[in-house]
Design a protein around this ligand. Structure first.
Ligand SMILES: C[S@@+](CC[C@H](N)C(=O)[O-])C[C@H]1O[C@@H](n2cnc3c(N)ncnc32)[C@H](O)[C@@H]1O
Length: 213
């Protein structure tokens, strides 16, 4: 797999902390119902005849959640150790080492795309190209669910001190502008209030996009 350097660095950083991150992420998913509240709607909107992709799937718990809903799921990530953990822990989905920026998939192959706190590691100048790649592999009408630490509306994008790898927060307009340029439009959003984030007090956004039919 040929990778830009930011992806190689991100994968290596998650490799170093794979066990610790896997323990944290599975616990977070189980104990934070608001952060998974849009997943059932996303799964229901996806074309069941095509697989879904969980991009930046990490230890695979969200892929497994989608798989239990009767969907075919591909979990893709750049961290070999997180993928090894995912394969050991969750037998249902297929886990593959791949970049979300350059997907090994045919046009229109996917029924839906989910990226749960994974686009945050993409440098801001690469976000538009990443959405364009997602739109390429998504079937018409397919949903995209992207979750991220949100900036105040109208404030653009800012780096933050993520515990594992360089990351950015985005304002909703910032991501929606890039998504819109790729032909993806907003279908719904869920904002988890900053009061729910005991560590930093940041709002978290779950943005549901859709490729037009
Ligand atoms: C914060 S973790 C989230 C993992 C999982 N989605 C979750 O919710 O726990 C970010 C994940 O995205 C992966 N990632 C970051 N940039 C990526 C890229 N360009 N292509 C594929 N995976 C990427 C990382 O390796 C890591 O597993």
């Amino acid at each position: 797999m040929t990778q830009p350097s930011y992806e190689a660095a991100t994968g290596a950083a998650y490799d170093r902390l794979a066990q610790r991150y896997s323990d944290f992420a599975a616990h977070h998913h189980t104990t934070h119902p608001l952060h998974r509240a849009l997943i059932p709607a996303f799964a229901d909107m996806a074309d069941p005849a095509r697989p879904l992709a969980d991009l930046g799937c990490g230890p695979g718990h969200v892929s497994a959640d989608l798989h239990t809903r009767g969907l075919r799921v591909l979990g893709l990530d750049v961290s070999a150790r997180l993928l090894a953990h995912a394969r050991r822990t969750h037998p249902g989905p297929v886990f593959v080492r791949a970049s979300m920026r350059c997907l090994p998939l045919a046009p229109g192959a996917l029924g839906g795309i989910l990226a749960h706190y994974a686009l945050i590691h993409t440098p801001p100048d690469q976000v538009a190209g990443t959405f364009t790649e997602w739109a390429r592999v998504l079937a018409p009408g397919g949903p995209v669910l992207v979750s991220f630490q949100a900036q105040e509306p109208g404030t653009g994008t800012e780096p933050f001190d993520h515990d594992v790898a360089p990351a950015h927060r985005h304002s909703p307009e910032h991501l929606l502008g890039a998504a819109g340029d790729a032909g993806l439009s907003e279908a719904a959003r869920l904002v988890v209030d900053g009061s729910q984030d005991r560590r930093r007090g940041w709002a978290q956004m779950h943005l549901l996009l859709q490729r037009p039919v």
